[in-house]
Design a protein around this ligand. Sequence first.
Ligand SMILES: NC(=O)c1ccc[n+]([C@@H]2O[C@H](COP(=O)([O-])OP(=O)(O)OC[C@H]3O[C@@H](n4cnc5c(N)ncnc54)[C@H](O)[C@@H]3O)[C@@H](O)[C@H]2O)c1
Length: 448
Amino acid sequence: MAYRIAVVGSGYVGLVTGLCFAETGNHVVCVDIDQQKVEQLNRGQLPIYEPGLGVLLERNLRNGRARFTTDLAEAVRFGTVVLLCLPTPPQEDGSADVQHVFAVAERIATLLQQDSVHEPRLIVTKSTVPPGTTQRLQALFAQRLPDRRVVVASNPEFLREGTAVEDFMKPERVIIGTRDAWAEHVLRELYEPFVRSGNPIYVMDETSAELTKYAANAMLALRISFMNELSAYCEALGADIEKVRLGIGSDSRIGKRYLFAGLGYGGSCLPKDVRALVQSARSLGVHFRLIPAIEEVNHAQAERFVGRILKRLEPVHGRCVALWGVAFKPNTDDIREAPAFRVIDPLLHAGVCVRAYDPEALPNVQRRYGERLQYAASMYECLEGADALVIATEWNEFRNPDFELMRSRMRQPLIFDGRNLFSPEEMLERGFEYHSIGRPSAVPSGMA
Ligand SMILES: NC(=O)c1ccc[n+]([C@@H]2O[C@H](COP(=O)([O-])OP(=O)(O)OC[C@H]3O[C@@H](n4cnc5c(N)ncnc54)[C@H](O)[C@@H]3O)[C@@H](O)[C@H]2O)c1
């Protein structure tokens, strides 16, 4: 059956979730505190770049199944199901800040106390929250509304920015954390259209569901850090991490994905979730050894890369570096904890001028760096007079560039590739000095 759904928080997760549920026939009200964002969305304009989302927005506004508001009260009155898609940013000590989630839960409890219609409500934590949070929220509602049927369930989200709509529409699995039969039934019905091909819906207790999300992100980050740690060794040995990747990835026990050495992971999830997992365990007296090292390796990777750039550019002051890609990964405009920052910041600190190009993220980059960076309107304009090119994000348009044009724009044909886009042998043939991650550098005679 079709449900009335309120989505609280209309960011990457809330917007995708709300519009996908509207697409499958539900009636959805999305709430956000950002008035400008809400007005933009009601006009049919997306505040973020996410492939495939624009069509969903346009269609579901037109057919009246999705609308946007800043009024939480209206949404809570409307929704039988209330999805919390609020930010859970990292605090100073790394733990997840759940204040937005609890503040909204308190307000919902107050609104429900004032509501004369005693309809049952299902509140769902879609935000990534420390294990135990959903049960704490359940206790809050039980205490504030002892006579009402308010169930809180966990339903962590696994979408990836850049392919968020596809991920939501075809999830590899859906995790439902609840021990309540009605909540399970509602969530199963909501997700049924997305798992027609037979992908599983796993139902478990709330806390295991919450931990599943953290465990997944920590495992992905671990794979990246594992390869990055080996890449440093490859560089010292003269071995090739790409060959090692192919060799181990073809073992079905290991698998091919998330084994790319590079500048390290970033974004709004992996870094914060790894830290939050460590802190969450620590708060119960469990001191992980392996998981904290994931982040150490991640930082060391960028430091090592920058060290190589600065050493090669000596004397560095006044040098100009072109930077391709700032978004934390391709196909998004999201720059939260972008690995590119771990290159830009130390370069600026060393007195290097940085000119950045990104196909989608430049408005966000400009908001962060203002006049401290130069900005280019195209990947080739970015190279004008540059002493070196640094590649920080593997956007598709960087994969087959016009190398002749590149050479003609740069002061010298020198590339530091943090994403291993090209083959060192071919770059040598093209006359570039080419440094990448975990592979031997290509240095034409007469350079370096
Ligand atoms: N971005 C991802 O790829 C992803 C994937 C899986 C899980 N998650 C998790 O989902 C949660 C949301 O992430 P996101 O990337 O969508 O965040 P986001 O910052 O893009 O969106 C959060 C939205 O909530 C709004 N908001 C803040 N306080 C509010 C309030 N009191 N009332 C209403 N709206 C409010 C903000 O204005 C913003 O639009 C986080 O816990 C994150 O870890 C994110």
